[in-house]
Ligand binder design. Structure first.
Ligand SMILES: *Cc1c(COP(=O)(O)O)cnc(C)c1O
Length: 381
């Protein structure tokens, strides 16, 4: 018989009364899209990140599509991207008509895109590099920016994992030319759906604003208020707007971000202490400074001797949820059918040995102990 123990989820929302009040505030105001919540969220996010422009969008996937468009990606151009990422990082290149060119990660310890691998993939057709800060750990931005500047290539940061993380004193998402954030349910800022695109470049911002809303010359608010009698459509646009309810939730979540990230760092320290004694488990990014990371997830690397699926079923029996970040994008059947499968031994090794343990703001030390003890028991130390 099972006891009444609660499942330890992979992720749990950090929601309370403030979120409820934010939603009610919008409902009572009776203005649902492109209003004061969006304006305020954009201002607050830009100031938090230290960027000139932050533009709210309906998802990080939309942000990535807009970033590719603004970078000038179109048929005939290539975009270098990682494969150890969520499929949207790569798919957004394809939406814009570009050809994704995969580059391997740096090492078994550093799971971000390798600057050396990037350099080898550059051709006269390379338009952009999309980097993804895995788990909120920064890519090697200094080397990547140097390569990009030398070859006149745009750097797009997929910062879906990284709100609040830093790299040598700068926020992730404020380093490349354009950056894309996700407010999907399981991210460090959760609104259900939603995202943000940031840039210091005024021309990119102007274009992104237009394409976000159908490529129209007048704004949504002006039309609704009757200030604009007509409009022109000057580019192929999309509806990638965010609404007021999600923006209001995003503002509360942004206020709670730093406190939440520091609780994630404490949880990570607790995990690391406990897992030290298990020789079958390695913790990646061992050399990184803890205070720069936001611990979006807690990934571990299993030794060759471990049967990952067996371990995952064992943990599920103990009501501990786990996941894999990520099956490599180049291995999916769609991507294999359409794009060259390159040689990426490190990506493939890490993807085959990675396991993600529960990590969220409200995880307790008791829960982490329970997980560590379950692992110790499994490996029978
Ligand atoms: C979640 C995620 C996305 C997609 O974000 P959405 O807001 O769901 O579109 C893109 N890239 C990475 C790395 C992600 O983790």
């Amino acid at each position: 018989m099972k006891d009444s123990r609660q499942v330890i989820p992979l992720f749990d929302l950090n929601y309370g009364q403030e979120e409820e009040e934010a939603v009610l505030r919008v409902l009572r105001r009776k203005w649902l899209t492109m209003g004061e919540e969006i304006d305020a969220l954009e201002r607050e996010f830009a100031s938090f990140c230290g960027v000139r422009h932050a533009l709210a969008v309906s998802s990080c996937t939309a942000a990535l599509h807009l970033a590719n468009i603004a970078s000038g990606v179109q048929p005939g151009f290539e975009v270098i991207c990682p494969s150890l990422t969520f499929a949207a990082t790569v798919n957004a290149v394809i939406y814009a008509g570009g050809l994704p060119v995969f580059a391997d990660i740096t090492s078994e310890d550093d799971w971000t895109i390798s600057p050396d691998a990037i350099l080898k993939k550059i051709t006269p057709r390379t338009k952009a590099i999309v980097v993804m800060h895995y788990g909120g750990f920064a890519c090697r931005m200094e080397e990547i920016l140097n390569i990009a500047r030398a070859h006149k290539i745009v750097v797009i940061e997929d910062a879906a994992h990284s709100p609040g993380s830093t790299y040598r004193g700068s926020r992730l998402g404020a380093i490349g030319d354009i950056s894309c954030f996700s407010f999907f349910s399981n991210k460090n800022i959760s609104t259900g759906e939603g995202g943000m695109i940031c840039t210091d470049n005024d021309e990119y911002a102007r274009q992104i604003k237009s394409v976000r809303s159908h490529g129209m010359t007048s704004g949504t608010v002006d039309r609704h208020r009757g200030h604009a009698f007509s409009y022109d459509v000057t580019a192929l646009g999309y509806n990638y707007r965010l609404d007021e309810i999600h923006a209001a939730l995003g503002r509360v979540q942004l206020k709670k971000l730093e406190e939440g990230n520091s609780r994630r760092r404490q949880a990570a320290r607790c995990y690391k202490n406990g897992l030290k004694q298990i020789k079958e488990i390695k913790i990646p990014f061992a050399e990184r400074r803890d205070e720069e990371a936001n611990y979006h997830i807690f990934p571990i690397l299993l030794a060759d001797s471990v049967d990952r699926l067996d371990l995952m079923s064992y943990l599920r029996e103990k009501d501990i949820q786990t996941s894999i970040h990520y099956p490599p994008v180049h291995s999916f059947s769609f991507h294999r059918r359409h794009f060259k499968a390159p040689d990426m031994p490190l990506t493939e090794y890490v993807a085959a040995h990675e396991l993600t343990l529960p990590m969220f703001v409200g995880i307790t030390f008791e829960q982490i102990d329970f997980i560590i003890n379950a692992l110790i028991e499994y490996f029978r130390i």
